[in-house]
Design a protein around this ligand. Structure first.
Ligand code: PEP
Ligand code: MG
Length: 583
């Protein structure tokens, strides 16, 4: 074996921490297969399977071409000639012949990696026509893979992993992430993804270092290579030298010490230097996090994303009784602080409500959030009754995701009233004064915040979706991640408009955990900030270094600014001046 060199791959840091272990590579995307090793004897069989899939794909494409020709004419049908040519492309097949005996993995995973690499090259060519062919290639790739899988087993979950590994995957869905074997996976890195995706949010709440959007990750990494994942800087270091390893071991020790010191200050309130108090709560996704709420010093839970509890197991949804017990446990754990239960937010880029529900062309604009709940009123009411019953055992509140206007709020409040009546009839206790809120994450809701404020007790601004919908930038698409700007003046003005409606307003999106953004959020007048438990200690100390009057006047300037960079640098400058040591 030749000399092994240290290799550094750069991506987007989405969850802090340092993982040191061996790589485990998973080369699938939504339709791509999992990797498994093969033996010498299995090689001919692999080629046979591949050849059979090519033949099936050829037949499929020829039939498609005929259909299109009959309906639209020969010119339109000719696009499938390019598909057919690519299917037997000698460069691809040649590369596959070269790579398969080197990698000794199932042929579809090698084919996938080879074609991905080819597409990457195509994306960089100057000729726009050739660039636009990437979609055709992807189409062929998916057809071949599907035709290979349909004969065999299609596994949904990730296979078991070796102890102490760093998972390197083309893509991880929120479902994959929730199911990760946490004993053995030290961190993960993906080729796709963005900071606002649910996968990234889950990594943070699982406390797993994570880096996303690493170009050529799957092509450049090999299972078993020693590696370091730096979730602070967004780096994957493959085959680190001894010197690099030592540096990272001491860096990790230093970071952990600094974090412990911040946690020790958990009893101190989040109050600015001029006496302005900000309520600080936790965002929670999983039951195992319940214990860390108190340890982080959170003043209750500002956002409990109930979808992972309701849909995350892959089994049938817990009924009212099970939900009640689970919610009650959390409420009692946090008492006397309040727990805000966000009702099921299914669909979009999250877990689907029904696995077999029909495919949507625009899931982000489709059947998700409160729309799902309102169209499944009986299931929705089970959750509402469970939360109401839990409210008798401490302090609970409820809020609704993806509300776009007052009609949904009226319909929801009516269902909530029906639930109260049903509980009264059953003789079951609940808190009459349980607070009710609405998430502000759709621009239309922010625009009518003054109207909504007449109906509910509080708002909670979901900056992840509010940004996505205001500037029409998909929060999970890594290609547009650089223009996902939470400080876009359009977003900041909608936030200000929401807060001006005059009812208590929490910031529960990821923006609340960004040290650069805290001066702006405090200055706009957010009454509460809710962030992942691991971020809470640093957010608390940061707020204690801010001056409220200065933040307010900076926020007024920000509201006059023309672009996102100006707003960002106004807030960041104040953050750097106020707590330089926390970065
Ligand atoms: C948000 O959209 O900002 C939010 C907090 O909700 P989620 O990330 O769960 O969509
Ligand atoms: Mg949201």
């Amino acid at each position: 074996m030749g000399t092994v060199f240290e290799q550094r791959l750069r991506g987007l840091p989405v969850s802090p921490g340092i993982a040191i272990g061996n790589l485990r590579v998973e080369a699938r995307d939504c339709s791509a297969p999992l990797i498994h090793p093969i033996t010498e004897e299995e090689l001919p069989g692999e080629w046979k399977r591949f050849e059979a899939a090519l033949v099936r794909t050829e037949e499929e494409l020829a039939a498609l071409k005929q259909r299109v020709e009959a309906v639209s004419g020969a010119t339109e049908a000719a696009i499938f000639d390019a598909h057919l040519l690519f299917l037997r492309d000698s460069t691809i097949i040649g590369k596959l012949k070269q790579e398969l005996p080197l990698r000794m993995q199932n042929i579809e995973s090698v084919y996938y990696a080879v074609v991905q690499n080819f597409m990457e090259v195509m994306r960089t060519v100057d000729d726009p026509y050739l660039r636009s062919r990437v979609m055709d290639i992807r189409d062929v790739l998916q057809r071949v893979l599907r035709n290979m899988q349909s004969g065999g087993e299609v596994r949904r979950v990730l296979p078991p992993v070796e102890p102490r590994c760093i998972l390197a995957a083309y893509e991880l869905t929120p479902g994959d992430t929730a199911e990760l074997d946490r004993k053995n996976v030290l961190g993960f890195v993906t080729e796709t993804g963005s900071a606002m995706s649910h996968t990234a949010i889950l990594a943070r709440s699982l406390g797993l270092p994570a880096v996303v959007a690493v170009p050529r990750l799957v092509m450049d990494s090999r299972t078993g290579s020693p590696a370091i994942l730096d979730g602070y800087e967004g780096l994957l270091i493959i085959n680190p030298t001894e010197e690099t390893q030592e540096r990272y071991l001491s860096l990790r020790a230093e970071r952990e010490k600094a974090y412990r010191e911040l946690v020790e200050m958990r009893e101190l309130p989040a109050v600015t230097t001029d006496g302005h108090r900000v309520h600080l709560a936790a965002n929670v996704e999983f039951a195992h996090e319940f214990e860390s709420i108190r340890r982080s010093g959170a003043e209750g839970v500002g956002l409990y994303r109930t979808e992972f509890f309701l849909l995350g197991t892959g089994e049938s949804m817990p009924d009212e009784e099970e939900q009640y017990k689970h919610y009650r446990r959390l409420v009692e754990e946090c008492s006397p602080e309040e727990v805000i239960f966000r009702t099921l937010d299914a669909g979009g880029d999250k877990l689907p409500f029904e696995p077999s529900s029909e495919r949507e062309d625009n899931p982000a604009l489709g059947w998700r959030g409160i729309r799902v709940s309102l169209s499944r009123a009986e299931i929705f009411k089970q959750q509402l009754r469970a939360v109401l019953r839990a409210s008798a055992h401490g302090k609970a509140g409820v809020m609704f995701p993806m509300v776009s206007g007052v009609t949904e709020v009226r319909r929801t409040l009516k269902l909530l009233d029906e639930c109260r009546e049903e509980l009264r009839a059953r003789g079951q206790a609940y808190n009459e004064k349980m607070r009710v809120g609405v998430m502000i994450e759709v621009p239309s809701a922010a625009m009518v915040a003054d109207v909504l404020a007449r109906y509910v007790d509080f708002f909670s601004i979901g900056t992840n979706d509010l940004t996505q919908y205001t500037i029409a930038v998909d929060r999970v698409n890594h290609r547009v991640a650089p223009i996902f700007r939470v400080t876009h003046p359009g977003v900041v003005r909608l936030m200000a408009r929401t807060i001006e409606a005059g009812i208590p307003t929490t910031i529960c999106g990821e923006m609340g955990g960004d040290l650069n953004m805290l001066p702006l959020l405090v200055g706009l007048g957010a009454t509460e900030i809710s962030v992942g438990t691991h971020l809470l200690p640093v957010v608390r100390v940061a707020i204690r270094h801010l001056n409220y009057e200065e933040c307010k006047s900076m926020a007024q300037h920000a509201l006059q600014a023309e672009d996102s960079m100006t707003i960002r640098s106004l807030s960041r400058s104040m953050a750097l001046k106020s707590y330089p040591d926390l970065f």
